[in-house]
Design a protein around this ligand. Structure first.
Ligand code: PMP
Length: 454
């Protein structure tokens, strides 16, 4: 690994980028790595090689889209090349967008119609507009610690009684219409419905919180959302931007957790590494979008043929190969290996995740009753003696030592050739390109770095 960062190519590229791009990056989390963001030269399987020739085992995986890793299988590559050779895009329908829609509809029970857009942000913005248009109501409920992209309706934080915009530039009026509640807290949700039930267009949630360290749903939480939405005539929007075609395999997280949403948003994996988003749901709801209905939705790049080809071939490859068993098994190995390692350092760490998502959380305070190690995914197991101590809401995770993680742990792992998401709240992903040897090497690095701590 590079020792003298000041002389590295990444350092020089970043220095130059700082003069030209806002903060030297095009998405804020990319500026997090200390001391300097790694500039990528190219990907190789599960690895990336940086501009200085350093090779890292990559668990960022594009923040989720790269289910198959960095080397695309021949079938995916050929399909993309053909789409490019035919002409990049038309603004006129193509068969491939219909085929990708058919694939999603065939595998995800709640989806009868789809609309493709270009990002997860666009997908959730359009789904919320659809819910508002359909119900004729303005308020939505979101989860504290949840994330649905960068648009005004979801850039709101706080609670029922005290909330406001989470970014400058978002008018206060958006915070009047958006109510954040703690994830996994059915009573808090009920309270909001009791106060504002007739004004609530939708509850918007991820199946598990994937942008807040990974918080799994407790048994019955999604059923409570479903029941309250039914009782008050609101829609249930499930944001599967991260979990779609990652958690629960081709049935997605809604299949795994038996969730029955009215609308689902997708992005990331369904574009096979290219910009994408989608809204799906019952035909009767989806037809409210233009051109069949009056809820406006349109986009120059919607259903982009190159993206559609990449997404379709990626999903078909996943269906025809052992992709999900491979990534889920490696995820299990990684989480249980981490559980064994952190046992020696308890009570300051918690291993979280499921399927091919994982994260090691740093929690600030050692609960006094903590007398054992944390089992991966224990939030799903109310019988666990330590159930009370596991993160169940976004706030539980945000209490962790996020800055310390970024400044000490992340660079030490990078020095050992393991590239993690630098922000402690962002999930990490295992891909089809990762191997058991990668997992072992990664666990050795975790062990090594954790043992250095006082
Ligand atoms: N929803 C969820 C659950 C996400 O994780 C993200 C991005 N990580 C988004 C929406 C926004 O997606 P995009 O970055 O593609 O706009």
């Amino acid at each position: 690994m590079t020792q003298n960062h000041d002389e590295s190519t990444s350092f020089q590229l970043y220095d130059h980028a700082l003069e030209l791009l806002v903060g030297g990056v095009n998405s804020s989390v990319r500026a997090d790595p200390q001391p300097t963001p790694v500039f990528v030269d190219h990907g190789e399987g599960a690895d990336i090689v940086d501009a200085d020739g350093n090779q890292y085992c990559d668990y960022i995986m594009g923040y989720g889209p790269l289910l198959l890793g960095h080397d695309l299988p021949d079938s995916v590559r050929e399909s993309i090349s053909e789409a490019v050779a035919d002409g990049p895009m038309y603004g006129i329908p193509t068969d491939v967008e219909v085929k990708l829609a058919e694939f999603v509809i065939d595998h995800v029970d709640s989806v009868e119609r789809l609309r493709f857009v270009n990002s997860g942000t666009e997908a959730t913005a359009a789904a919320i507009r659809l819910a508002r248009g359909y119900t004729g109501r303005d308020k939505i409920i979101i989860m504290q610690g949840g994330y649905h992209g960068g648009h005004e309706s979801v850039l709101v934080e706080g609670s029922l009684d005290k909330r406001g915009p989470s970014s400058l530039g978002v008018p206060e009026t958006f915070a009047e219409e958006t109510i954040p509640v703690p994830f996994n807290d059915g009573e808090a949700l009920k309270e909001v419905f009791e106060r504002y039930g007739q004004d609530i267009a939708a509850v918007v949630t991820e199946p598990l919180l994937g942008n807040c360290g990974i918080v799994l749903p407790i048994e019955g939480y999604h059923e409570t959302i479903r029941e309250l939405c039914d009782e008050y005539g609101s829609l249930f929007i499930l944001d599967e931007v991260i979990t779609g075609f990652r958690i629960g395999g081709l049935q997605c997280a809604q299949g795994k957790y038996d969730i029955e949403p009215d609308l689902t948003t997708f992005a990331k994996i369904i574009g096979g590494g290219f910009p994408v988003g989608a809204i799906g749901g019952r035909a009767e709801l989806m037809q409210e979008f233009t051109p069949t209905g009056d809820v406006f939705e349109s986009g120059t790049f919607n259903g982009h043929p190159v993206t559609m080809a990449a997404g379709l071939e990626t999903l078909q490859f996943a269906k025809e190969h052992d992709v999900y068993s491979h990534v889920d098994n490696l995820g299990d190995q990684l989480r249980s290996g981490l559980v064994d390692i952190v046992e020696d350092y308890a009570p300051e760490y918690t291993v979280v995740g499921t399927d091919s998502m994982f994260k090691l959380l740093f929690t600030r305070e050692a609960p006094e009753t903590f007398d054992g190690h944390c089992r991966a995914g224990c939030v799903q197991d109310p019988d666990c003696p330590r159930f009370d101590l596991c993160p169940k809401t976004g706030a539980d995770v945000e209490a962790g030592e996020t800055d310390r993680w970024k400044r000490t742990f992340w660079p030490a792992m990078a020095e050992r050739g393991v590239l993690l998401t630098p922000n402690q709240l962002e999930s990490q992903f295992v891909s089809y390109a990762h191997t058991e040897a990668d997992i072992e090497r990664t666990l050795d690095s975790y062990q090594d770095v954790l043992s250095m701590r006082q």
